[in-house]
Write a protein that binds this ligand. Structure first.
Ligand SMILES: *Cc1c(COP(=O)(O)O)cnc(C)c1O
Length: 234
């Protein structure tokens, strides 16, 4: 086995153990937390290695990059997530390439995705990305605008709003990210009350802080470098 491939498998084993322990600390089951392996910058063979080791959800952050790798992986059947910011002029391509769009942050984008999904008679699972800290990300809907955006998205017949996503600031001590995760959960709980239905998914937590996110209710953790290794510096 090539070294990169065997290290992906052993990294995954350790991460699954950590997920299980964090889930247990919050009285949840490990299977309630989906590991979304974020494979941006890594080649198709790394994705295949993770798939062979049992990963069934992957995240990419750019439409174009994924278009390059996707043909080599067409035989795999995990769920493919777009986790990065999406410009509405790429909505059509994204709707055909991904099962989940985790980063919906405005109405125009949501409408474009809905149109594109309607053309192929399909539907897309979506998360609304919330900006929990303006210094951490430019993307994401402002918290005050979340209810109006959710109201618009639930009206769109080809989108299924499953929950919320956020990227908190990088904190040297990952415990310092806890208030942001908690806030996202509260925003979700408020929406559920307001709409009288459930939005079960909370996509939060990355390599550095996924255990804290799980303790605060994450149902999807987006983990890249802890699985695949360090990405080349920009
Ligand atoms: C890159 C990325 C991740 C994974 O980050 P790591 O620190 O490598 O785990 C998660 N979410 C988004 C939106 C990303 O762009």
């Amino acid at each position: 086995m090539p070294r990169a491939v065997s290290s992906i498998a052993s990294n995954l084993e350790r991460i699954q153990e950590r997920i299980a322990r964090a889930a247990a600390r919050s009285d949840r089951r490990p299977e309630d937390v989906v590991l979304v392996a974020v494979s941006k910058t890594f080649p198709a063979q790394a994705i295949r290695a993770a798939y062979d080791a049992g990963v069934r959800a992957f995240g990419e952050n750019r439409v174009q990059e994924w278009e390059g790798k996707q043909p080599e992986l067409a035989d795999l059947k995990p769920s493919w997530h777009l986790v990065g910011h999406l410009q509405s002029n790429k909505a059509r391509r994204a709707s055909r390439l991904f099962d989940w769009i985790d980063s919906v942050d405005d109405v125009a984008l949501a409408m474009k995705l809905d149109d594109a999904a309607a053309e192929t008679n399909e539907w897309l699972a979506v998360l609304i990305e919330v900006q929990v800290d303006p210094t951490a990300t430019k993307s994401g809907v402002a918290q005050v605008d979340l209810p109006a955006l959710a109201e618009a998205v639930v009206q769109l017949p080809h989108l299924q709003l499953r929950g919320l996503m956020a990227i908190p600031p990088f904190c040297e001590d990952p415990r310092d990210a806890r208030p942001y995760f908690r806030r996202l959960r509260r925003l979700r709980d408020d929406l559920e009350q307001q709409f009288g239905r459930s939005f079960p998914e909370l996509s939060m937590g990355m390599s550095h802080d996924f255990e804290i996110a799980i303790e605060e209710g994450a149902t999807q953790v987006r983990v890249g470098s802890a699985i695949f290794g360090d990405r080349p510096k920009k």
